[in-house]
Design a protein around this ligand. Sequence first.
Ligand code: SF4
Length: 374
Amino acid sequence: MKYVDEYRNQKDAEQLLRAIHRRATRRWTIMEVCGGQTHGLLRYGIDEALADVVELIHGPGCPVCVTPAEQIDRAIELAERPDVLLTTFGDMLRVPGSRRSLATARSTGARVRAVYSPLDALMLAEREPDLQIIFFAVGFETTTPATALAVQQAARRGLHNFSLLTAHVRVLPAMEAILRSPDNRVQAFLAAGHVCTVTGQEAYEVPCRRHQVPIVVTGFEPIDLLRGILACVDQLESGRCEVESRYRRCAHREGNPQARRIIEEVFEPCDQPWRGFGMMPQGGLRLREMWREFDATSRFTETASICEVDDRCRSGDVLSGRIRPMQCPAFGKECTPDSPLGAPMVSGEGACAAYFQFHPTIQNAAVDSPGRKT
Ligand code: SF4
């Protein structure tokens, strides 16, 4: 299949693995920002194939994983109102709040529906004028433009029964927070290609220069990931530190100005709590004043704010790269995909789920991969 097969070619992958081994004179520590990249690295055994020259640590780039438990509690409380239908992406349903998930709440009568896009929620608002349709909006810069567009459409069509519970997050403040941390070990980043298709690369110049850290934009297929790692190692070995792209077929230097304009029209950056990290300065987005009538937290008075998360879950340490999922004492014991304690074991982009699914010491995964052969 074009645009897939050539990025999974075994011969090319082996060549790139050899090139990385030749170029590296020591072991470097590189963080892949996005959970989709984590899944790619583990699925194809790249982490193991490079273990002697590159330590890959997993970053915070799973928006479902960093949505705080109190926001899930708030969503549940809204979904339990008789006049509300709460909609969100399917990934969010099993993420634990402080006591329950949306799926559990739905089984006891809360009105919750999974949708593929905020525009589906908008259609529901048109079809069900007697219900308040709330879209629980989660995601990085990749999904934010569609949410912003839905708000503008709701205003244009006079859909006053549509509103947002917003948990959109911004990737750059998280990367800055990791680099500023006193125990930071990250020497280079693989930046998430899909985020850069919107943000462009310019925004990465500041952390790159300020912290003297190479940032290479990559995709999610094994060849993309290996090209990104080779570029990082090459920069580190030659003492350079630049922002560069190894995902040029999708992510262009200027990103998508139209998508950024729509985000800026509707949202403004704000401080936001991230699960496992605490308050992330400028790490979230809220509706601008002129769109506040579409803010579910202003429209409905609700009280969910006291929140205790399961203290066995070390998702904050996993998401900031301090520990690997297997170093969490609950991993594979109290916490499994069937019975998750934390969001990283639930989400399709979660690092704990990736380790559970693909790591050979956990499962003898039989995958056709450059580093892990069947
Ligand atoms: S293994 Fe489970 S409990 Fe441990 S950090 Fe991951 S999600 Fe949390």
